[in-house]
Ligand binder design. Sequence first.
Ligand SMILES: C[S@@+](CC[C@H](N)C(=O)[O-])C[C@H]1O[C@@H](n2cnc3c(N)ncnc32)[C@H](O)[C@@H]1O
Length: 258
Amino acid sequence: MDVALVVDRLRAAGCVFAEDEAELLVAEAASPGRLEDLVRRRVAGEPLEHLVGWTAFDGLRIAVGAGVFVPRRRTELLVREAAALIRPGAVVVDLCCGSGAVGAALLARQPGIDLHAADVDPVAVRCARGNLPGVPVHEGDLFAALPADLRGRVDVLAANVPYVPTTALALMPPEARDHEPRTALDGGDDGLAVARRVIDGAPEWLAPGGSLLFEAGTAQLPAAVAALTAAGLRPRVVADDERGATVVVGGRGSRLDG
Ligand SMILES: C[S@@+](CC[C@H](N)C(=O)[O-])C[C@H]1O[C@@H](n2cnc3c(N)ncnc32)[C@H](O)[C@@H]1O
């Protein structure tokens, strides 16, 4: 099958970037049979990233297999904001790590950090271990997964939690709805159920002067800011309209704050 035919089939199936996708699928397929299989699955709605096995994120190539959340380009804002807070030797945690994309990007920007990653989903943990060689990737529910000696020592806690309100899951594109795990998307009634648990636990794990960062939707900002304030963390919101991204930062006071 030649590239033009692949483009036609992808375009007919509604793929917006049919040319780019066709190129990637052709490059990935080692035989005509394999290409036919990939095109058929793509037309049926499987995410391109799951089919080719990787995605580009913050200038890196991140492996992402079936059943793992595909890192979104908007999350590069969270990486940028977290990286700005990191000093050499900092203890950094990528909580809810999925493929480990956020941690990998932070490590690439600041190779001197002491990075840990964690996720509740064993499929994600396996994927993150591949993307983060040499980094401890823990499996378990939020902070329960982390080694106890990190308590009170985390300088940057980057947590790209699931934040889609349960009722909005049905409105997501089928690529996400049907091929990404519900645990990676579902943020409960108002989308902040997991974020609230992270906010509540953060003060115990953050070092003095440390920061928690997570993404949120615009409608969730007042509640997210209120939850941070209630937990004793100083809230700050960073938005990037071009990326369609909003990052919420909660800072723990330093020892000098009194
Ligand atoms: C939106 S995805 C983000 C993945 C990755 N950080 C990224 O940006 O590509 C959310 C991730 O949170 C994980 N997760 C959901 N609930 C969790 C929990 N209670 N404890 C740990 N991880 C959880 C999911 O398995 C999923 O990998």
